[in-house]
Write a protein that binds this ligand. Structure first.
Ligand SMILES: *Cc1c(COP(=O)(O)O)cnc(C)c1O
Length: 428
């Protein structure tokens, strides 16, 4: 396939936008080559500036769970746009999507809408601190909660060390309030609680991790976090920006039967428009302005176009009793096909999958945390990525990303993908 036009567009973009992109991973730095510029998308397919058709396994990093340009979403947005695009005043559609979200997700009474997953997580932590009167938070190495300062913290040596910033611009003062543990390591979390008595406001976790590839919680991990939070009067935040409305109607809380105190949303909840949200029981949400003292606001929050898109998306998921099972089956089919093909060519790999999230790791050891995810062979991943791209198949341009399966994918699409893997496998 040719990518001449994309190359030209990237060059022009790079002159006026840092790195040519508005979010770093899009720049293809991890895999080399030129990012693909999209012109349109429909169902399971992207169409790029050079006229190539690509089978899409990213789906805007998750939101397009029912495929691109999903007609009920598009119609809802067009209809709303004609009535005006923003008022900065309450509208009824905000209540409708809130009622629907609260009815689908267990254990929440109220929800506040924001404009991104980053905002949702940042606000959730502020609320947890305001509610508990404590300052420190625990996060897990390799979990991503958006780009606000408190979350851009790298693991130090050992679990019970102060975090150190891994982006210039994050102050030491901020970093010292974020304590790190390896994912799936309950003992490390317990140690942090012991070393910081009465200081931990909250644990924030991706209850199924998706930002170091897909990593499921090991048996007892989420239950253990719940118990530790209960024992130490800390707030358990499930960052379900990726998993919410994707792994089950009620997300990971429903799937694994563990209750969080605050749940963050993004991606699917906006149907492809910029939306995030955080939700909790009444007693916690009562601390949020204007009811309580914890401040949080947004000029475009609850934007009518975004709410209409999200509402149409949630309605579609709510009214289709089989959708999550269907997605899981398609993903299992892809998993089996790729695994069989790689095995046949003696390519060492580990595939992780939960529901419609899946990732292929070029390493032999089980991938259970950031350290084991980092053991993957990145050269092999690059060959895999570019091989697939040349075959018209688009996966994330980084070995640390999950693939997002959409219901628009047909079994023919999946077979085409598995056949492409078979062609690449000998060169891996
Ligand atoms: C994508 C993501 C975020 C950040 O959401 P943005 O909308 O990109 O700000 C936060 N947490 C998780 C788990 C995510 O996957």
């Amino acid at each position: 396939m040719k990518y001449q036009r994309s190359s030209q567009l990237f060059k022009a973009a790079s002159a006026v936008i840092p790195g040519g992109v508005n979010s770093p991973v899009r720049a293809f730095k991890a895999v080399g080559g030129t990012p693909v510029f999209v012109t349109k998308a429909k169902g399971a397919y992207l169409y790029d500036a050079d006229g190539n058709r690509l089978i899409d396994y990213i789906n805007s990093w998750g939101p397009m769970i029912l495929g691109h340009a999903y007609p009920p979403v598009i119609e809802a947005v067009i209809e709303k746009a004609q009535l005006g695009t923003s008022f900065g005043m309450p509208t009824e559609i905000e209540t409708k999507i809130a009622e629907l979200a609260v009815s689908m997700v267990p254990n929440i009474d109220q929800i506040r809408f924001v404009n991104s997953g980053t905002e949702a997580c940042m606000s959730a932590v502020r609320l947890a601190r305001g509610f508990t009167g404590k300052e420190k938070i625990i996060k897990f190495a390799g979990c991503y909660h958006g780009h606000s300062d408190s979350f851009l913290i790298q693991a130090g040596s050992g679990a019970v060390t102060f975090g150190s910033p891994n982006s210039p611009g994050v102050t030491e003062g901020t970093a010292k309030d974020t304590l790190l543990a390896p994912y799936n390591d309950l003992a490390a979390v317990a140690e942090i609680f012991e070393a910081n008595p009465s200081q931990i406001a909250s644990i924030i976790v991706e209850p199924v991790a998706g930002n170091m590839g897909c990593i499921p919680p090991q048996s007892g991990f989420l239950e253990g976090l719940r118990a530790l939070c209960d024992a130490h009067q800390a707030i358990l935040i499930f960052d379900e920006v990726m998993t919410g409305f994707r792994l089950a109607r009620g997300g990971v809380q429903e799937l694994y039967g563990v209750n969080a105190d605050i749940v963050c949303f993004g991606k699917v909840i906006g149907g492809g428009l910029p939306v995030g949200a955080f939700a909790a029981r009444h007693e916690i949400m009562a601390h949020l302005a204007p009811l309580g003292p914890v401040y949080q606001a947004g000029t475009l929050s609850g934007n009518p176009l975004a709410m209409a898109a999200g509402y149409a998306m949630l309605q579609a998921l709510e009214s289709d009793a089989e959708v999550f099972e269907r997605l899981a089956q398609k993903t299992a089919y892809l998993h089996a096909g790729i695994s069989k093909t790689l095995k046949a060519h003696q390519v060492l790999h580990t595939i992780n999958r939960v529901g419609s999230m899946i990732s292929v790791h070029f390493s032999e050891t089980p991938v259970v945390d950031f350290e084991t995810a980092a053991e993957g062979n990145n050269e092999r991943f690059k060959t895999f990525f570019h091989g697939l791209l040349n075959a018209g198949i688009y996966i994330a341009p980084s070995a640390f990303e999950t693939w997002f399966i959409t219901d628009a994918l047909t079994y023919e699409d999946l077979d085409e993908t598995i056949a492409a893997v078979a062609k690449i496998a000998p060169s891996l």
